[in-house]
Design a protein around this ligand. Sequence first.
Ligand code: AMP
Ligand code: MG
Length: 485
Amino acid sequence: MSAAPVTTVVLHDRFARDLPELALPWQAAAAPDPTLLALNEPLARELGFDAAWLSSPDGLALLVGAAVPDGAVPVAQAYAGHQFGGYTPRLGDGRALLLGELVDADGRMRDLHLKGSGRTPFARGGDGLAAVGPMLREYVISESMFALGIPTTRALAVVATGQPVMRDLVLPGAVLARVASSHLRVGSFQYAAATGDVDLVRRLADHAIARHYPDAAGADRPYLAFFESVVAAQAALVAQWMLVGFIHGVMNTDNMTISGETIDYGPCAFMEAYDPATVYSSIDHSGRYAYGNQPIVAQWNLARLAETLLPLIAEDQPQAIDLAVAALNGFGPAYDAAHSSGMRAKLGLTGAPHDDADLVPDLLAQLQQSRVDYTSFFRQLADAARGDAEPARGWFVDLAAFDRWLSRWRTLAPDPDAMDRVNPVYVPRNHLVEEALAAGTSGDLGPLRELLDATARPFDERPGLERFAAPAPDDFGPYQTFCGT
Ligand code: AMP
Ligand code: MG
């Protein structure tokens, strides 16, 4: 490792010190020719970095892990995970490193983490590398999620390494620098529990409580309160995904955070035509992670977390199970409450709750029947509230049924301006993401910048950006996403 870079940002090693069993000190692979592809300047400032410095050779050395500040201890984190339902006891950061934690301008502790930084002892058969396309993909989609107000890891930068990566084709390699409130996963707890060392699970839980849920520490049963907090955070998160039509695509337990932030953007995509069965990932053959399955899968993953916490929840194990099951059963009502209040907001129903219980199910059934573009529809529905229903009506095959729905909805006095504040115009549409990644991979960053610009202000309709609001053209065909491996 070369000399320490000139930055005043301090990288702490709290995770590595608290949990050495889960932290393997490691160093990034050399990047032959680092070139900056994308830098998130507002985020850089929030973290205390000077953006000009980060773009300099010293800054790039930090962003690829070649040089870290004195005292930093980069580690590969250990975790296990259920992948598509099958358990793998040892996953871990095969191609990623936690550089350390930093304290941001608001005093919050944030992880600085690299993805694509070379093989680690957790790499199994992998090469430890990442291609430019998938790293830009995580950048654009995670930043879009942030702009939509959805808890997520953030993208700080993508740096091309100059190292070719062998996939189906030879592709340019890149490292993504990302920031998270932590990288603790359900799989981190599964790994700790599988060692049989209850004290390790307790230290991990204490670390997670201190970082994310400090109130739980004062509860009668701190570890139960901790679990309840994670259940609540995930129920709220998945409701937000559903409300914007986000499909994560690979909700393995190693890709589910304890913090409630969205993490590990691989084969994710935004749904266009509304259909709960929508799956884009090429490896999700059974549709386990289809759009409509996401709430139940989240609850399944939380059950795996509960199992790891049972020895901490109560000494008497049957009692611990009863308590954990009751907490887990809180997921459904919490999710339903978040989803229905979000749907009311999308429909502009800002007044007292109405008693038309079928209003939302009826609408969703019609959206599915007519394969309506989910994102466009809610903006067009605001126009209907303003008096022009034609754009929204244009989608439906059973117009009479939609007209009946419209008149029920209108009696509830929807507020179109409130709708426009929660229904995005611009989401990273699949055809535009693919176009931007293809151009970025061959060195043209223009389309990526335009897409980032549109999606950074998702609710703010702007002339000239019509292309970014429109569904994929018919000739785009059926869409498939691939894991970024
Ligand atoms: P992901 O699909 O990115 O969530 O990764 C799942 C697991 O596979 C994690 O343990 C990763 O570290 C590992 N992995 C994915 N791609 C690679 C790669 N190219 N080299 C080494 N490990 C990888
Ligand atoms: Mg992952």
